[in-house]
Design a protein around this ligand. Structure first.
Ligand SMILES: N[C@@H](CCC(=O)N[C@@H](CS)C(=O)NCC(=O)O)C(=O)O
Length: 206
């Protein structure tokens, strides 16, 4: 299998973490992809141009980080991710959606920051900063939910990658006033799979 990633992408990081957690290093070749570049050869592999992207052994292509994580988890018939019984499925799905909202907003914030000088929108950045503040306050109140404290699941993986996006957003101090969330994060971030996939710091060109 071939996994296409960029080292800075938090979505790619989710797939890379699962690859390590599931010890799939020998089965999956990890390839850096060129994203957001005119004429990138990656567009011939994945028409959406997004990472992560997995080309399975039978040639089928999968996009979406959560889907790729689920796929990796099912390969050996011994799933690692904690899954609720069907009647509780909504409980975990709603936590995962909340974490995904934070991650999606941070990705937009970063993208605006990284645009060429004069092209980033301060209005969009302010909007995303306010959104992340509200969501982080919500997480500070809800991080003791049993599904966030128990074995790893997609909600924890997504939230961990959102909070772990901090090297890409210089000056973002999500820990301030959120001791429970900071405590929770220390445990997740100490997993070897998280340690091995920390994104590189962002250095602004302007
Ligand atoms: N919902 C997708 C989001 C993936 C995504 O937006 N990836 C970004 C990198 S962080 C990307 O590939 N951007 C390139 C582009 O938009 O052309 C997922 O969960 O995998």
């Amino acid at each position: 299998m071939k996994l296409y990633i960029t080292s800075a992408s938090p979505y790619s990081r989710m797939a890379r973490i699962m690859l390590i957690e599931k010890r799939l290093e020998r089965r999956v070749e990890v390839n850096p992809a060129q994203t957001r570049v005119d004429g990138s050869p990656f567009y011939a592999i994945n028409p959406s141009g997004r990472v992560p992207y997995l080309v399975c052994e039978d040639g089928i292509g999968l996009e979406e980080s959560a889907l790729i994580c689920e796929y990796f988890d099912t390969l050996d018939g011994a799933p690692l991710l904690a899954r609720p019984a069907p009647l509780q499925a909504l409980t975990v799905a709603r936590l995962e959606a909340r974490a995904r909202s934070l991650l999606d907003g941070l990705a937009v914030w970063f993208r605006e920051t990284a645009r060429p000088a004069g092209e980033g929108s301060p209005t969009v950045i302010r909007h995303e900063q306010a959104r992340s503040d509200r969501l982080l306050d919500w997480w500070e109140e809800n991080i003791l939910d049993p599904w966030m404290q128990g074995p790893l699941n997609l909600a924890q993986l997504t939230l961990g990658c959102a909070l772990g996006f901090e090297p890409r957003l210089p000056g973002w101090n999500w820990r301030k006033g959120r001791p429970s969330l900071a405590h929770w994060y220390e445990r997740v971030a100490s997993r070897p799979s998280f340690v091995a996939t920390v994104p590189p710091p962002f250095v602004s060109a302007h």
